[in-house]
Design a protein around this ligand. Structure first.
Ligand SMILES: Nc1nc2c(ncn2[C@@H]2O[C@H](COP(=O)(O)OP(=O)(O)OP(=O)(O)O)[C@@H](O)[C@H]2O)c(=O)[nH]1
Length: 484
């Protein structure tokens, strides 16, 4: 029974905890998956889209300026007049630069190859000079302009964005390339602003995978092109217009990455994030969940334990006690008897059994009714109990029969006790239905002999009880030894 109770509690604990653990884990992983998906599919691409549209917005004005320059009548007239006065062109370029706050303005003439700049004629472009490749690229282009990121011819330390606008005359003849240059600083500031706002690393790589543009807080450790084993992913980035990945890095953290091609630069914009910050919140929520689950499980188990214990005690009482009299039931008497026998043997003490039977009880039932009979049975049981010790056992042996086990009592002592009980019952004035019932009882006493079974002793006690009934009732008959 004890083992079953433990097993039951253990099983219940396992079921409740496993249930909580399973639901918490499922919730945790579902939330984590959807957050990872959101980060990869929405948040990083959104950052990338925002940066891209801001870059486009920043490029819009220089594009317009360059377009205006490419269609300016002054430029056409000046070229048609044979590029007579270089200072006219240089002051025109200086004016543009000043008016629109660009870092440079330029014109390269197709007929002379001269590179005009606000400060003068800087040089002649040549197809054999790789530095002038941008001019020949624009010259060969089908679209009206080419955006180029390059070192400034006037300041070799400065990376600038150039809008190289093609000029064509009315007949479609190529006249030259005109445009403005912007500082890349605006783009760097944009990157830094985004990095600060979103806590993400943002940088550009060219088609070879070299980092071309990054913030001043650039952390080379973070970037996938510096990580061993990720070359395949990098190949995928460099071959698709946009891509989303997540990787487990060597230090155990997860790197989320989004890439997109910026066609104006022919570079890839990369947005990276190490570990999803909300995953920490999820882990905390999971731990809180589990904590609550543990507390709830403990309360549920405690309540279950109290309920089971209550039912168990109730069942035990029902099985071991007679409901009417509160005396021990016949089923458990043998258990108490075996315990008492072992104890008496150990202590070398005698043990006596007394079988008590209410006299002519049928008449009480017949005269006063069954309920009155029940009350008599209860009253007699309480009276018997009140005359024996706590460790003695009073058992309802039959209908109106009680078997009393007196540990450590020999026959003479048992007879004295029984006599006290008999006379107390006989002296009872039991009120029933406006009358007073007289109750007596007869008893047979047997002292346990060596290796006797319960059945054998009870049989002897019953035999003596029968003698007492025959002797006129309201008397006691013990084993013959006690009478000697
Ligand atoms: N009220 C009540 N009566 C019971 C209960 N159990 C047994 N009885 C009655 O007790 C009576 C016992 O009658 P008998 O065995 O004839 O014995 P008796 O009338 O006591 O006569 P003797 O034992 O010979 O003195 C029966 O009528 C049973 O119905 C009980 O729980 N309540």
């Amino acid at each position: 029974m004890v083992v079953n109770k433990r097993l039951y509690t253990l099983l219940l604990s396992i079921i409740v905890l496993a249930g909580f653990l399973a639901t918490s884990l499922i919730g945790y992983f579902v939330a984590k998956d959807s957050l990872t998906d959101r980060l990869q599919q929405e948040m990083l691409p959104l950052t990338s889209d925002n940066i891209y549209s801001e870059i486009q917005r920043d490029l819009l004005q220089p594009l317009l300026i360059s377009s205006l320059m490419a269609n300016d009548v002054f430029v056409f007239d000046w070229v048609n007049n044979g590029e007579q006065d270089a200072s006219k062109m240089t002051s025109y370029l200086a004016q543009i630069q000043k008016k629109y706050h660009t870092i440079t303005a330029f014109f390269v003439s197709e007929s002379t190859g001269q590179y005009y700049h606000p400060t003068g004629v800087l040089k002649k472009v040549s197809a054999s000079n790789p530095e002038d490749g941008w001019y020949f690229q624009a010259r060969a282009a089908r679209q009206p302009y080419v955006i180029n990121i390059d070192r400034d011819t006037a300041d070799q330390h400065r990376l600038s964005i150039f809008v190289n606008y093609r000029i064509e005359d009315k007949s479609g003849n190529f006249i030259g390339v005109i445009g403005v240059g912007l500082s890349l600083q605006t783009v760097v500031e944009l990157i830094e602003n985004y990095q600060k706002r979103y806590g993400r690393e943002i940088y550009f790589v060219n088609r070879e995978g070299d980092v071309m543009l990054q913030s001043s807080h650039y952390n080379p450790e973070l970037h996938i092109q510096n990580k061993a084993g990720l070359d395949k992913a990098f190949v995928q980035i460099l071959t698709s217009p946009s891509a989303s990945f997540s990787f487990k890095t060597s230090n155990g953290s997860v790197l989320y990455l989004n890439s997109r091609l910026v066609p104006e630069f022919d570079w890839y914009l990369i947005v990276e994030q190490v570990n999803d910050p909300s995953s920490e919140r999820l882990e905390t929520a999971f731990l809180i969940n589990m904590g609550v689950a543990l507390v709830i499980s403990a309360i549920v188990l405690l309540l279950a334990h109290v309920a089971v214990r209550g039912y168990h005690d109730k069942l035990e009482t029902m099985a071991t006690q007679d409901k009417l009299t509160g005396a021990a039931s016949r089923q458990v008497f043998e258990f108490y008897f075996k315990q008492a026998v072992a104890r008496c043997k150990r202590r070398d003490e005698p043990l006596a059994l007394v079988l008590l039977d209410i006299d002519l009880f049928k008449m009480i039932n017949d005269n006063y009714g069954h309920q009155a009979g029940d009350r008599v049975l209860n009253r007699v049981a309480q009276l018997i109990k009140s005359h024996v010790r706590e460790e003695d056992v009073v058992c309802r042996w039959g209908g109106e029969e009680f078997l009393v086990m007196l540990s450590g009592c020999d026959l003479a002592h048992a007879r004295d006790i029984t006599e006290v009980i008999r006379s107390a019952v006989a002296a009872l004035q039991f009120p029933v239905n406006n009358a007073v019932a007289k109750i007596t009882l007869s008893a047979g006493i047997a002292q346990m002999q060596e290796e006797e079974t319960l059945g054998q002793i009870v049989e002897r006690a019953d035999h003596h009880l029968y003698q007492a009934k025959n002797a006129g009732r309201n008397c006691i008959k013990p084993d013959p030894a006690a009478t000697e």
